[in-house]
Design a binder for this molecule. Structure first.
Ligand SMILES: C[S@@+](CC[C@H](N)C(=O)[O-])C[C@H]1O[C@@H](n2cnc3c(N)ncnc32)[C@H](O)[C@@H]1O
Length: 278
């Protein structure tokens, strides 16, 4: 089993590195770093990624200035700015990477949203927020980075108020996969396992949360990683001025492994929504 502290340290070092920061910033467009939802072939990664935020946000209808949201693994804070602008709600961005947090602070200031968005450096396995202090726990494609996802779910449950909502996406494995087939995929994220719809449903149930809705969107995972690979190949020369050649080579191999595993039916992606009873 991957050592927990090691996994957190590796994720922090990875996301703080210039290579990763510049790659995500330039390929995703500087707001989001998650799987997009594609409606047209060749659509931009930025546009498709914004659509994922909009889809999750549909579950927050009725949110307003009194709504407090915690975004676990918030990246550059694109979702926080969307939610703060659309609903006027208050968002705490908890994120391990200070490199990303710096960009998040700049963008949030530029958007005049600093009064609604708080950016906190931290680890979502140990959340320094009071019990029952948020209406919504939100997360996009971040919990996969934990070697103890049950603990992350527990922290989400703890900080949610009665009636609170946990809504998130995560790149996952399919519920049943043959032994060993995910090794090339896991290698890239320095982990021994991934979550699955079944895993998260069971964890939420154990914590007394009720599954409200599950939206399976796995085909978008395939489209997205194939799209990132295509973009990286097409813009390789331009990106080589910003990102090391070794990083690009490793990323292209990693993306191919993800696309192959997803095409073989071994990966899953979608939206999960759990409610704390009142
Ligand atoms: C794929 S990015 C997604 C970022 C953001 N949610 C988005 O959708 O744009 C994964 C994020 O998880 C964060 N992360 C990884 N491990 C973490 C941990 N233990 N605690 C907090 N954040 C973590 C990384 O810093 C990174 O921002």
């Amino acid at each position: 089993m991957a050592n927990e502290q090691n996994v957190v340290a590796l994720a922090e070092r990875y996301y703080d590195s210039d290579d990763a920061d510049r790659f995500y910033f330039h390929v995703w467009g500087g707001q989001d770093i998650h799987i997009g939802i594609y409606e047209q072939p060749g659509e931009s990664i930025r546009q498709a990624s914004e659509r994922s935020v909009q889809l999750l946000a549909q579950s927050l209808d009725g949110a307003g200035p009194d709504t407090r949201v915690l975004d676990l693994g918030a990246g550059y804070g694109g979702a926080a700015r969307y939610l703060a602008t659309r609903f006027g709600c208050h968002v705490t961005c908890l994120n391990l990477s200070e490199t990303q947090n710096r960009r998040n602070r700049e963008f949030t200031q530029d958007a005049a949203l600093s009064h609604r968005i708080r950016i906190v450096h931290g680890n979502f396995e140990r959340v320094f927020e009071p019990d029952a202090s948020f209406d919504v726990v939100w997360s996009q494609d971040a919990i996969l980075h934990s070697a103890d996802r049950t603990r992350v779910m527990g922290e989400a449950r703890r900080v949610l108020k009665p009636g609170g909502l946990m809504i998130f996406t995560d790149p996952m494995q399919a519920d049943e996969v043959p032994d060993g087939v995910l090794a090339p995929v896991l290698e890239r994220i320095h982990l021994d396992s991934m979550g699955s719809f079944g895993f998260y449903h069971a964890a939420a149930r154990e914590l007394g949360m009720v599954a409200e809705a599950t939206t399976v969107l796995t085909p978008h995972l395939i489209t997205h990683y194939a799209r990132v690979r295509e973009e990286l190949t097409r813009r390789r020369e331009e990106l080589e001025g910003l990102v090391s050649r070794a990083y690009i080579d490793r990323m292209l191999i990693g993306l191919t492994h993800w696309v192959q595993a997803a095409e073989a039916g071994h990966l899953a992606w979608g939206v999960m929504r759990y409610r704390v009873p009142t």
